[in-house]
Design a protein around this ligand. Sequence first.
Ligand code: BEZ
Length: 387
Amino acid sequence: MRNGLRWVSAAMVLSALPFVSHAVESGVKVGFMLPYSGTYAALGSAITNAFKMAINENGGKLGGRDVVYYAVDDASDPSKAVSNANRLIKRDDVDVIVGTVHSGVAVALAKVAKESGTLLIVPNAGANEVTGVMCAPNIFRTSFSNWQTSYAMGNVVAGHKHKKVVTVTWKYAGGIQQIEGFKESFEKSGGEIIKEMYVPFPNVEFQSFLTEIAGLKPDAVYVFFAGGGAVKFVKDYAAAGLKGKIPLYSPGFLTDGTLEAQGTDADGILTTLHYADGLNTPRDNAFRAAYARDFKMEPDVYAVQGYDAAQLLIAGAKATRGDMSKKSAVIAAMESATIDSPRGAFTISKAHNPVQDIYLRKVEGGHNTVVGVAAKALEDPAPGCKM
Ligand code: BEZ
């Protein structure tokens, strides 16, 4: 399965049987380029599961046509991103790519999509440039920009009278841009970043950083980690004796999809994100019940983003009755869609990024419960986007 090529073939054969020729000729071809191995593997699975769940809720169709799935494991490896994208585009001739999670991989993927004109829906990676300087009519995102999720937290931390903060993240575009977003609003509110720490991606050896933090004694710590690395960081932070002494803040990726493994070590952590547990709206309750029924686990933000990638594509395909060759009509329908998301309804900005509320959440009893709205209808400024 870790060999993308072989796995794609197997998936295609399984999906196409027993109507091989019909499905391949007239079905809509969806290519997943996501991590199914490595520290972000669970994120890729949640996106895939929920995307397929939304399609199944739509009668298993896009614009009335069958859906044929292809998949490649990008392993969050930017160096293989171009060849992985080209497998889906050139070999499998997909109509749309749904990918990916890792910002560095996403930038390379977006470049290929922009050059080839292939429709791309980004269901996680927050790389600012994807809906900024690289924006294009055929590129959409149903998740967030790195700026959006962290910018919302600067005012919150400053409002808690924390003046001196240490930041820690993996050293790659995702982490760097999250820290920049936080820094922008925190410094505007009078705060000071006294030290920025960077860990090579995807290393999880945090001990020396935690020892340094203990010595620096900041008012608070702001971090970006997700997936397996987030579990390890929260557990190590508590084991180092910092929990309860130096408040830990983060965008919500630190505690989403990870709480079961983090246990009580995560209690009390405040995060900002465009989703939360217990929103208790009819839409979210229905989504959560269906996901739990189908996959025997609670959904997380990644599942929501995958679900909404399918909802956006459903809106586009509906406009052309599944004829994906009518690209401008598909794109126009996607641009004007209001997505009835489990997170709350959202629209798509001119740069094709969600305009959405960012919740302030607190970990309580194994859930990311809503404390309030940190930023209402926040739109990424999309610097450099010309469309
Ligand atoms: C990113 O690389 O953009 C990213 C990865 C995991 C969670 C959030 C953002």
